[in-house]
Design a protein around this ligand. Structure first.
Ligand code: HEC
Ligand code: HEC
Ligand code: HEC
Ligand code: HEC
Length: 350
């Protein structure tokens, strides 16, 4: 065999080897072609790259159930007909019954009415599920009437989060710090790849920091020198704080099924004037979540059985994924509220 032939054979194997490792390396990637959409001014890097096949799967999983036929609003009020109606008293008895049927479809279709009502006594408050549901009714009305800056006229119903299940798929609890020491050394609340932060080694729990505590969401400082204890104006953000900020941003992108440039202009992440209006909507979403977790979810702790509480004994809480579930508008922007305007009543949402 000639030297040249041996050389060519060797090259061929080397190429095959390279191809083989490329196939292995790309197996974790998504198959092209991808869709690309220019969202902002050209040259600003506000481009959204999407995989149309994965989008089809997500859309199929986010269909809404058909609304029940409307009920007459005249006739006796629920407060006059029933014994223990504290939130929905202003509805007609017919509207009230329709809403009970709807929430059964949205929250406990398999368990039925008895998930919240024991032994045929509808007035009794003996099941924790009914007490939680009453507070959820008020919360839903509060979201739809006081947080239009985020949910607009589209609004939410129980289905936005529950999707036909008593326990929504996406919720969070406070997490105990990972064990320190051992081979991993001092982990500084990170290096424990968490699904919430896209399996990165970023801090595993951005939720308590930003959706319960009001830690400012900043990476860049706005002043050269420290100014008292004003944390929003710290001159140099700590590395840990910066990493938490990125962990939160990973949660945003993952929950909405978008890239960073859906909200930001990558030329300057801080600049509001360079960002898309969606970033402002997201900002209202952060304020809304803090309100919901502090005023509704967290205080339900004494109502839940111990088994429903988290590892540190706190109540289950909401984040962006609880409503969004992979889409930048939950349920692809379809408004289920339109068929249930009673769920936007401001007066009952205390
Ligand atoms: C997810 C929980 C939940 C489910 C499921 C549910 N309900 Fe209710 N129900 C409630 C809550 C909460 C109230 C109290 C509302 C209020 O205080 O305004 C209530 C109140 C009632 C009342 C008023 C009783 C009284 O005299 O005070 C009736 C009647 C009723 N429900 C019927 C039904 C029927 C029928 C179904 C099944 C089709 C059903 N409910 C399913 C949560 C639920
Ligand atoms: C913003 C999202 C959201 C909305 C809107 C919402 N819920 Fe919930 N709900 C949750 C979360 C999160 C939990 C905690 C689940 C758990 O128990 O671990 C919960 C718990 C519950 C539970 C207790 C389930 C159990 O077995 O522990 C009931 C009952 C319930 N919701 C009813 C309702 C009803 C009725 C509505 C509409 C009036 C509603 N929810 C609207 C997020 C939501
Ligand atoms: C859904 C919209 C949205 C998405 C997607 C998003 N962000 Fe953000 N980002 C925001 C908002 C809103 C703030 C400001 C929060 C505040 O000021 O309270 C912010 C703040 C930031 C900051 C801090 C800027 C400063 O002033 O110091 C950085 C850095 C950042 N985001 C990077 C990212 C990265 C990287 C990604 C992708 C992994 C991302 N963002 C995805 C909405 C978004
Ligand atoms: C209670 C449910 C709920 C929660 C929690 C929630 N959202 Fe939303 N969000 C909605 C609804 C509903 C809309 C659609 C409003 C509309 O039709 O304009 C929306 C719209 C948006 C939009 C605008 C999308 C667009 O293209 O116009 C952004 C961005 C967004 N949400 C980000 C977030 C972020 C980030 C979080 C967490 C901090 C969050 N949302 C939490 C319900 C929610």
């Amino acid at each position: 065999m000639s030297h040249a032939f041996m050389h060519r054979l060797g090259m061929r194997w080397a190429r095959l080897g390279l191809l083989g490792s490329l196939v292995v390396a790309l197996a974790g990637c998504e198959r092209p072609p991808m869709d690309s959409q220019q969202l902002g001014y050209r040259g600003t890097g506000t481009v959204e790259i999407n995989n149309p096949r994965l989008q089809q799967v997500t859309l199929a999983a986010n269909q809404v159930p058909e609304a029940l036929p409307p009920a007459p609003s005249d006739g006796p009020k629920a407060s006059a007909v029933y014994q223990n109606v504290q939130v929905l008293g202003d509805l007609s008895a017919a509207e009230f019954t329709r809403l009970m049927a709807a929430i059964t479809q949205w929250v406990s279709p398999e368990q039925g009415c008895s998930y919240c009502h024991a032994g045929g006594n509808f007035a009794a408050d003996d099941l924790y599920t009914k007490l939680v549901a009453r507070r959820m009714l008020q919360m839903t009305m509060h979201i739809n009437s006081s947080w239009k800056s985020h949910v607009a006229e589209t609004g939410v119903t129980c289905y936005t989060c529950h999707r036909g299940q008593p326990v929504p798929q996406y919720l969070w609890y406070e997490q105990p710090a990972p064990k320190q020491g051992g081979a991993m050394g001092w982990r500084n609340a990170q290096n424990t790849p968490a699904a919430a932060v896209g399996l990165t080694s970023l801090p595993y729990d951005p939720f308590k920091t930003y959706f319960l505590d009001k830690e400012p969401i900043r990476v860049q400082s706005v002043k050269a020198l420290p100014s008292g204890d004003d944390r929003a104006l710290r001159p140099v953000e700590s590395l840990q704080h910066t990493e938490s900020n990125y962990a939160l941003m990973m949660h945003f992108a993952g929950s909405l099924g978008v890239n960073c440039t859906y909200c930001h202009n990558s030329q300057n992440f801080s600049s509001w004037s360079g960002s898309r209006p969606q970033r402002v909507t997201a900002w209202h979403g952060i304020q809304m979540l803090r309100d919901l977790n502090l005023s509704y979810f967290d205080p339900l702790k004494p109502t839940y059985p111990a088994a429903d509480l988290g590892p540190l004994g706190d109540a289950p809480k909401a984040n962006c994924a609880t409503c969004h579930q992979g889409l930048y508008k939950p349920l692809a922007g379809v408004s289920m509220l339109k068929a249930h305007p009673e769920l936007a009543a401001a007066a009952a949402a205390k």
